[in-house]
Design a protein around this ligand. Structure first.
Ligand SMILES: C[S@@+](CC[C@H](N)C(=O)[O-])C[C@H]1O[C@@H](n2cnc3c(N)ncnc32)[C@H](O)[C@@H]1O
Length: 301
């Protein structure tokens, strides 16, 4: 190959790498506003106790846990009383700033702004890495390389995902009458419309997510124990709170950017869709799928 050709292919590689990096940044930027950081921390339900139990029962050491893509730290803080040291890493400065301000009372947690593919951690130093609502956004092979570097022998990598809400019960105001009263199936159709109609084409790649619930994540090590747990969680909420929760979806951020509207305008629109002209629904009980994927290296255990 002559020199000019080598230069050209190097240039092409650089352009391709820049494009890939830009694409990655688009993903981070979705979460990188003070508004979204606030929304996320307010309206995402707290980490299920069951996830904490799964992590504690599968992880042997208690020196250090790392939460990758930690956001504002709601999935990080619950581990501070169980591990000597806890580290949260997130690319978004807005999320990390909020995580720090929400964690001032806790001395053994550290929040670091940076990439999960280049963790500021020593080789073989970590007992457990967790990633909550993150596996669908990331370059898994790249993360696996970094996980293998920092995990102690026998260390654990765990992903946790949450599915979308499904209404299973409705409570009505007895006074508010409406010509057509909303049923459970109406509400589920309206939620489905927001997801697949309003937000059509705006969700990220869901290869490892629903409907697979992480069952197709490839192995981390050739010799490893993999465990997957699925369950359903339920909670009572209101339609405005449901709209607030859906505002935290990455597709909602993309929708606002695409249509040049504020998140409060989108919120109003979603409440209108959910109510469907019937203001009588005061509370709804929603169920959602929960799932975890855990890998533990057997050789080093
Ligand atoms: C859906 S949010 C989940 C936040 C948190 N785990 C929770 O459940 O509350 C995904 C987070 O991952 C972060 N993120 C995405 N890719 C990342 C990367 N390569 N390195 C570090 N953080 C990343 C985003 O900035 C965002 O805060």
């Amino acid at each position: 190959m002559d020199e000019n050709n080598t230069d050209l292919s190097l240039q092409q590689q650089e352009v391709q790498q820049e494009k890939q990096e830009e694409k990655q940044h688009e993903k981070y930027d979705l979460f990188n506003t003070d508004e979204l950081a606030e929304l996320y921390s307010k309206y995402q339900p707290p980490l299920d106790e069951k996830v904490i139990e799964i992590i504690l029962s599968s992880t042997r050491g208690r020196d250090c846990l790392v939460d990758i893509g930690c956001g504002s730290g709601s999935s990080t803080r619950p581990f501070c009383s169980h591990f000597s040291k806890v580290v949260g890493v997130d690319y978004s400065p807005a999320q990390i700033n909020l995580a720090k301000s929400l964690s001032q009372q806790t001395s053994n947690v550290q929040f670091v702004q940076g990439s999960m593919y280049e963790l500021p951690l020593a080789d073989s130093s970590i007992d457990c890495i967790i990633g909550v609502m993150i596996a669908q956004f990331i370059d898994l092979p790249k993360l696996f390389e970094e996980a293998k570097r920092v995990l102690k022998p026998g260390g654990v990598l765990l992903f946790h995902g949450k599915g979308s809400p499904k209404v299973v019960q409705i409570e009505r105001e007895t006074e508010t009458k409406s010509e057509t009263e909303t049923t459970i199936s109406d509400l589920n159709e309206r939620i489905a419309y927001i997801k697949t109609g309003l937000f059509a084409g705006l969700f990220h790649d869901r290869t490892y997510f629903n409907p697979h619930k992480y069952s197709n994540i490839p192995p981390l090590h050739a010799d490893q124990e993999i465990a997957r747990v699925e369950w359903t969680s339920a909670r009572w909420t209101t339609l405005p709170d449901l709209a607030d929760y859906m505002l935290t979806w990455s597709a909602a951020g993309k929708y606002c950017a695409k249509h040049g509207i504020s998140s409060s305008e989108l919120r109003r629109k979603m409440i209108e869709v959910l109510e469907g002209g019937d203001k009588g629904v005061c509370r709804v009980r929603c169920e959602a799928d929960r799932f975890t994927w855990t890998a533990r290296h057997v050789t080093g255990s």
